[in-house]
Design a protein around this ligand. Structure first.
Ligand SMILES: Cc1cc2nc3c(=O)[nH]c(=O)nc-3n(C[C@H](O)[C@H](O)[C@H](O)COP(=O)(O)OP(=O)(O)OC[C@H]3O[C@@H](n4cnc5c(N)ncnc54)[C@H](O)[C@@H]3O)c2cc1C
Ligand code: SF4
Ligand code: SF4
Ligand code: SF4
Length: 387
């Protein structure tokens, strides 16, 4: 009798839940197990396509990515896996005709070759947009829609979000939002560091028990550390539950820097309606309806130094992650990661707050490519020195 490869139960080969993979039949006890297997299978195919078919991986790539920048640990895994590699003068060397089979690259402990290694573990990936007409979001307005759903349903007492300062337009102001109006006002991205953790601590001190927290990958890491470290603050407030909503993030710039660059073009921040970073450009929409586009490199000197060392594009430690890359304009890419994240997102969809479909393989590939760019920052030491 066959074994269900997901739950390991013995099943009958006359079960209606069957999948074919690599010419072999797999049998399942339930539609859930079959679905899990099919998703896994898709993920393997996607990964192979992303990492394998498009480029031949040769020793040259191992040399370029790992050996030349000095990241090689001299573990010898590459030499052990190929007769054409030897370790000489303290570095792996090619001593035969490389067939570009990619084996050495995939054995090396320093290369990043899996989907999980690039964007972390997730359950499902979606493209989604808000179904709330009055809502203005950065992409699909999904973060804001989800917060509204959670507040309306009484699932959260408050949300830690970032709004624009009234006194200094576009200066990030982290707040503890408890009303629909405050949440609606927080939609949109501000490309400067926001001290969201101060607002989180304030929410906890105010006695909030169920808190949705919105932040960039590094903000989410700070909350995760507070939850997990034995010295973490959140241990002291056991009753506070934090739902971590993570934003994809490539860079932030100092508030003063953004202001200075825009002012050098005669643009005052109080006249700016929205900002967006996309495909190497910094796009600014003005309140008078005009759109201006700048090279992102113009803001380089104001890029936060910590961002040069950051390798987490997709908020890997969040319950749900959100970004613009991958999905069409006006939609948000969403990764549900934890069980609670998956549940709340799908409830918001079922309740009519959000419209969602699964992300296509091509769309996910765009996220993986951007994540790859960010991960290899860690290894591009020579580039860091120049930056
Ligand atoms: C600094 C920064 C860099 C980003 N870089 C990328 C990127 O390179 N690629 C990509 O695909 N996506 C990036 N994003 C995410 C993207 O801009 C959107 O936030 C995301 O797609 C969600 O869109 P939405 O319309 O669903 O969110 P919305 O409904 O518009 O909600 C946005 C939420 O973001 C919060 N927020 C705004 N600014 C900040 C901030 N500075 N710190 C913490 N929280 C903030 C607001 O409180 C609000 O709750 C970045 C976001 C930020 C803040
Ligand atoms: S393992 Fe493959 S890619 Fe690496 S050196 Fe040998 S033949 Fe070339
Ligand atoms: S497998 Fe990677 S780390 Fe190990 S010796 Fe080869 S290049 Fe260096
Ligand atoms: S790039 Fe990294 S360090 Fe910089 S703001 Fe984004 S998540 Fe934080």
């Amino acid at each position: 009798m066959p074994l269900d490869p997901i739950c390991k139960k013995i099943v009958s080969d006359s079960t209606e839940y069957v999948s074919d993979y690599g010419g072999k039949c797999y049998y399942f006890c339930s539609p859930e197990c079959k679905q899990k297997f099919d998703v896994l299978e898709k993920s393997v195919i996607r990964l192979k396509r992303n990492l394998g078919d498009k480029e031949k991986i040769s020793f040259g790539k191992l040399k370029r990515d790992i050996i030349k920048p000095g990241i090689c640990t001299l573990c010898g895994a590459c030499a052990a896996s190929c007769e054409y590699i030897t370790i000489e003068d303290g570095a792996p060397k090619l001593v035969g005709p490389c067939k570009a089979c990619g084996v050495c690259y995939n054995q090396c402990p320093r290369t990043i070759t899996t989907e999980e290694g690039l964007i972390g573990n997730f359950r499902y990936a979606y493209a989604a947009k808000s179904a709330i007409p009055e809502l203005k979001g950065q992409d699909g307005g999904i973060v804001t829609s989800l917060l509204l759903y959670a507040l309306d349903e009484g699932l959260i007492d408050c949300a830690v979000v970032t709004t624009r300062s009234k006194e200094e337009p576009w200066k990030p102001m982290p707040i503890v939002a408890t009303t629909r109006e405050e949440i609606l006002e927080s939609g949109g991205s501000i490309y400067s560091h926001s001290m969201t953790l101060e607002a989180l601590m304030s929410a906890i001190k105010q006695g909030m028990h169920s808190i949705a927290f919105v932040g960039t990958s590094c903000n989410i890491d700070a909350v995760t550390k507070m939850q997990k470290s034995s010295y973490g603050f959140l241990h002291l407030f056991m009753r506070a539950k934090v739902l971590k909503l993570g934003l994809f993030c490539m860079d932030t710039f100092s508030y003063e820097g953004i202001k200075a660059v825009l002012e050098s073009y005669g643009i005052l921040l109080e006249n700016v309606e929205a900002m967006k970073i996309r495909k190497g450009k910094f796009e600014v929409s003005l309140k008078n309806g005009e759109d201006r586009v700048f090279e992102l490199s113009e803001f380089d000197e104001y890029r936060s130094s910590s961002c040069k060392f950051c390798t987490d594009l997709a908020s890997e430690n969040a319950d749900i992650s959100f970004g613009g890359v991958g999905s069409p304009n006006g939609w948000t890419t969403v990764f549900t990661r934890s069980a609670i994240g998956y549940e709340i997102f799908n409830e918001a969809v079922d309740s009519g707050y959000i419209e969602a479909r699964h992300l296509t393989d091509e769309e996910l590939e765009k996220v993986l490519n951007l994540a790859k760019m960010k991960k290899v920052q860690m290894y591009a030491l020579h580039m860091r020195e120049k930056a």
